[in-house]
Design a protein around this ligand. Structure first.
Ligand code: NAD
Length: 359
């Protein structure tokens, strides 16, 4: 049956990097007879300009009908003065919550060829391969009640609610254990169970789930220690699973271990395995239109899509190997360039990946 992929190029460098990723998707789907149909729609600032809404109805309908979504990035200075409720980022949040994309997968991989790009010593990060599984639709970012109130004494007080129900913890925990089964079979659950009751429950549920996965080794770590360990000895981790806020912070820290944000893909999945795939970076307005953005994070997002939504692990492996091969050949976009390497534009990098795939 035909698999429908909805492509949302978005703003800034979005259309430039998406063009390269779509070339790769079309190439492998033809080579491996994957029967994939690609459609496009507007999201973010471009959608605001065309329709007045960051998430037009037509886009939402297409997103619901698609088997997977590939997103470039949204946002930029042009739309920053708009009211919060109609900013480009609202479109993204709208899709995430409408499709219940609760599980955010952020791999932090460091290709050995790029070990010098990290701010840590090469021996600490070379070959790094962590998968951070972040809960994306609950926790303190969504908990009610929330707001700013005025107390009896006239002082203002801001408040938010950190809340997770059992079912929310079970579904993200299960996702992490399932993913660990396909990797090194180790899960580190990150919480603050010494202070927060909500994460005490989180820990209890992770322990219960572990009984269903006897092959997986579960450990627990307080979030402050996890932040420290990520900087001290990041290669000790395989899968890390955590709530929305801790995951937000830890996944950005882990991303920086790899030196360039232009290399990191991500996936956001729902219960049915439907996913939205996107690079971890934003729309990079500072370099948009110059043809110098790194398309590899978006190309690697295509690999994640094939692996997690379409169960085409072998094709995904081929794309990842092709990316590694172009790095071996010395191709570097500006963000990962070091002396002596071959400077590549966005399309030259995409074409280099295609050439390896077609060889
Ligand atoms: P950013 O990730 O867009 O850029 C940060 C820095 O990294 C910039 O110097 C940029 O040039 C560089 N960079 C990012 N991607 C790159 C790539 N592929 N190749 C080479 N260099 C790259 O973050 P920002 O500047 O904080 O945000 C810019 C806009 O993107 C904002 O409007 C923000 O809201 C939006 N944003 C969108 C998403 C998303 O769509 N998922 C995520 C983050 C930020």
């Amino acid at each position: 049956m035909t698999k429908n992929v909805l492509v949302l190029p978005g703003d800034g460098i979005g259309p430039e990097i998406i063009a390269e990723a779509v070339k790769v998707l079309e190439c492998v789907s033809q080579q491996d007879s994957l029967d994939i149909a690609v459609d496009q729609a507007l999201l973010g600032g471009v959608a605001i300009d065309a329709t007045g809404s960051p998430l037009p109805e037509e886009t939402m309908v297409k997103a619901k009908n698609a088997d997977a979504i590939l997103l470039g990035a949204v946002g930029g200075p042009k739309w920053e003065a708009l009211d919060m409720s109609i900013r480009p980022e609202r479109g993204l949040l709208g899709i995430r919550s409408e499709l219940e994309l609760f599980g955010n997968l952020r791999p932090a991989m460091l290709y050995p060829q790029l070990a010098d790009a990290s701010s840590l010593k090469p021996e600490l990060v070379s070959g790094l391969d962590i998968l951070i599984v972040r809960e994306l639709t609950g926790g303190i970012y969504f908990g009610q009640p929330r707001g700013v109130r005025t107390l009896d004494n006239g002082e203002r007080q801001g408040y938010n609610t950190y809340v997770y129900s059992e079912s929310e913890i079970i579904r993200i925990g299960r996702l992490a254990f399932e993913l660990a089964m396909k990797r090194d079979k180790r899960v580190c659950s990150v919480d603050k169970a010494n202070v927060l009751e909500v994460t005490e429950l989180w820990r209890e549920i992770m322990d219960d789930l572990a009984k269903e996965y006897p092959e997986v080794e579960l450990s627990h770590m307080y979030v402050d220690n996890a932040a420290m360990q990520l900087i001290r000895a990041p290669k000790q981790f395989d899968v890390m699973v955590t709530g929305n806020m801790f995951g937000d912070i830890l996944s950005d820290a882990a991303a920086m271990l790899t030196g360039s944000i232009g290399m990191l893909p991500s996936a956001s999945l729902n219960k049915a395995g439907k996913g939205m795939y996107e690079p971890c970076h934003g729309s990079a307005p500072d370099i948009a239109g110059q043809g110098i953005a790194n398309p590899l994070a978006t190309i690697l997002s295509v690999a994640m899509m094939l692996r997690y939504s379409f169960d085409q692990g072998k094709t995904a492996d081929r794309i990842e190997a092709a990316v590694s091969a172009v790095l071996d050949q010395g191709y570097r976009t500006a963000d990962i360039y070091t002396d002596g390497m071959q400077r590549a534009s966005t399309s030259e990098m995409g074409n280099a990946v295609l050439k390896v795939l077609q060889a």
